[in-house]
Design a protein around this ligand. Structure first.
Ligand code: M6R
Length: 614
């Protein structure tokens, strides 16, 4: 949530900051700002709304602005105070000589504000961030040392933060630090960068170092020094980032979401690489360190996640229970952390998160860790805060996902759960070998089936056009595809703002059926298998209430033509693996509906890509 970028070097800082903010725009987009040092004076430029508004301001003042070779920038997702120019970062102190950008939440900001106001500080915004500006400025007045001022200020701040600071009395220097919010340093030749996430700097350098909690970096164009909170020097651990800048290009697609949906066949291949070579060999999960004997004896598994990752986790529950016979509970992280959970050293706790920075899930796994559980993290970001909590890791290898709506990362998580469940079943010897071999073979050929869906989207587009004007939408499924219905509904509601809900088809008649009439589309996920006939009966009941029926199916059954006015057909697949295929048309349906409605597909209102606040 929110994005930070900082630059010091010999190039025009504003260009680099705006480029970085563009690449971070998926993290929040209700206001933005930059602070530059122009002719020895710190100056702020801020705009409400999309980043383009800030770009226009910069353009209109470019002659002046382009003189600056140092600056910090921020893109905001509001937590304290409405989106407005006053509340947009950077924030400054009374004298205006210092500027600060901040991600996270300062929990004791009210107490600090009272203290600082008593000392004469005048607050101009409703943000918690402004307290940092006044606090660092007051420490700087005492020490005349910006690094020390930041260090002393962080001793008084409670909460989660990544911050970057400049001060006009300390020219050519950026000081930055973090606690429970990511921050990465980028190293260039005669220039250096800081960002809250890799996309902020990947265009310029692949040499980077992740700061740990409470470390403070002081950078000039030619030097980078890191200390810990006790002023001890920290050795630089520079690594080569595996990311390619091309990941941040739409590659000719209209939106990142569409590009990312189309990347899914390759994502499946990536996830399988090195873990599943042929259907005859066992699954290899190198970073799962849980002792095999302990794994055999596990009494329970708990999975915590949020949003789309929670839906992937629900599929994980289904297959792990089915393959391994171990009870699995799945719970939204935000619920798990506020109750007395039965978690102990015989419980495996799995955290699932695309970003690895979701605050609720981080808290949940930390709580479980304290109780002695082995922590396994399934994430797209092995460099994330959550991954650092892990005893075992399953990296999902989906590459950078830019669109706020998660698609390819969901696919990668789901495939990772199949691999994990097979791995566990092989260790426990809990499933017939032939069944596992068949499933592994199906996984290997899954990308071709996804490709078939992606090359034949006519029916999905037709359906999207026809139903885009409806105000409500119901998705129903049963068994292993119940999470598919939930995820299909989530995709539709988050990018089109249509009131879409997923139900277990069997639950329809226990309440939701009351809503059905000819203004309600009901999409049934109807994959061949155990519950096919049951869902068909549920669909008949909905049809009898005049609902507008749509089927998503791998069946050629002709009687479906009478019951459904639109049928989206997908390649045949075993029921157990069907969620990995059935989700693709639902992602496309949501995309095309939102696109017909002219919505901002990649940056839906009120949302942000990673939710780093509870
Ligand atoms: O990064 P995470 O997977 O932990 O994020 C959890 C949710 O915020 C996320 O899955 C969200 O629901 C999706 N972006 C929706 O498409």
């Amino acid at each position: 949530m929110c994005g930070i970028v900082g630059y010091i070097g010999s190039n025009t800082a504003a260009d680099i900051l705006l480029e970085g903010l563009t690449n971070l725009e998926y993290r929040g987009y209700d206001s933005s700002g930059i602070a530059l040092n122009i002719d020895g004076k710190v100056q702020l430029f801020k705009a409400q709304g999309k980043l383009q508004n800030l770009k226009n301001i910069v353009q209109n003042n470019y002659a002046e602005i382009s003189k600056s070779k140092i600056g910090i920038g921020h893109i905001r997702w509001a937590t304290h105070g409405v989106p407005s120019i006053e509340n947009a970062h950077p924030h400054t102190c009374n004298c205006g000589r210092l500027a600060v950008v901040h991600n996270g939440i300062i929990e004791n900001f009210k107490e600090l504000k009272v203290k600082l106001e008593a000392q004469g500080c005048t607050f101009r915004s409703q943000t918690d961030t402004e307290t940092i500006a006044h606090l660092v400025a007051s420490k700087f007045a005492q020490t005349k040392d910006l690094t020390e001022a930041v260090r002393l200020a962080t001793k008084e701040i409670e909460g989660a933060y990544a911050i970057a600071v400049i001060h006009q009395d300390v020219e050519g220097t950026i000081v930055a630090t973090r606690r429970n919010a990511p921050l990465v340093i980028g190293f260039g030749e005669g220039e250096n960068f800081v960002g809250s996430d890799i996309p902020a700097l990947i265009q310029y350098t692949k040499k980077a170092m992740y700061l740990d909690d409470n470390q403070i970096v002081t950078m000039t164009a030619d030097s980078v020094k890191v200390i810990d909170s006790d002023n001890n020097p920290v050795a630089l651990k520079i690594e080569n980032l595996p990311w390619e800048p091309v990941a941040l290009s739409k590659m000719g697609y209209k939106h990142f979401m569409l590009k990312e949906i189309h990347e899914q066949p390759d994502i499946v291949r990536n996830v399988l690489t090195g873990k599943l070579s042929t259907s005859d060999e066992p699954v290899i999960l190198k970073e799962v360190t849980l002792d095999r004997e302990k794994l055999k004896d596990l009494s329970r598994i708990q999975i915590v996640a949020c949003g789309t990752s929670l839906h992937a986790a629900m599929i994980g529950k289904y297959i792990i229970e089915d393959f391994c016979g171990v009870p699995v509970d799945v719970e939204p992280s935000s619920e798990y952390i506020y109750r007395k959970t039965i978690t102990d050293e015989n419980t495996l706790v799995i955290g699932v998160s695309q970003s690895g920075e979701t605050a609720d899930t981080i808290t949940a796994v930390r709580q479980a860790k304290k109780k002695g559980s082995h922590i396994l993290i399934v994430t797209n970001r092995p460099d994330s805060t959550m991954a650092r909590e892990a005893d075992s890791l399953v990296p999902v290898n989906a590459g950078i996902e830019v669109s706020v709506a998660a698609t390819k990362s969901y696919m990668a998580q789901v495939i990772s759960f199949y691999l994990l469940a097979i791995y566990m079943a092989e260790v426990k010897n809990s499933m017939p070998k032939e069944e596992l071999t068949d499933l592994k073979h199906e996984l290997v050929i899954l990308p071709q089936k996804i490709e078939k869906i992606l090359t034949n989207k006519d029916e999905i587009q037709k359906c999207a056009r026809k139903f885009s004007s409806f105000k409500d939408f119901i998705f129903v499924a049963r068994g292993i595809n119940f999470p598919t219905a939930l995820e299909g509904a989530l995709k539709l509601k988050e990018i089109s703002y249509i009131n879409a809900t997923g139900y277990s088809a069997g639950e329809l008649k226990h309440g939701p059926i009351a809503m059905l009439d000819d203004s309600m589309p009901v999409l049934a996920v109807l994959m061949k298998g155990k519950v096919y006939d049951k869902i068909l009966s549920n669909a008949e009941e909905a049809k009898a209430r005049n609902a507008r029926m749509i089927a998503l199916t791998d069946s050629e059954d002709e009687k479906l033509e009478e019951l459904f006015e639109n049928i989206i057909r997908i390649p045949e697949i075993s029921e157990i693996l069907s969620p990995a295929l059935a989700i693709v048309p639902l992602q496309l349906l949501a995309y095309y509906i939102a696109e017909f409605l002219g919505k901002d597909v990649d940056q839906p209102r009120n949302l942000a890509k990673s939710v780093t606040v509870e």
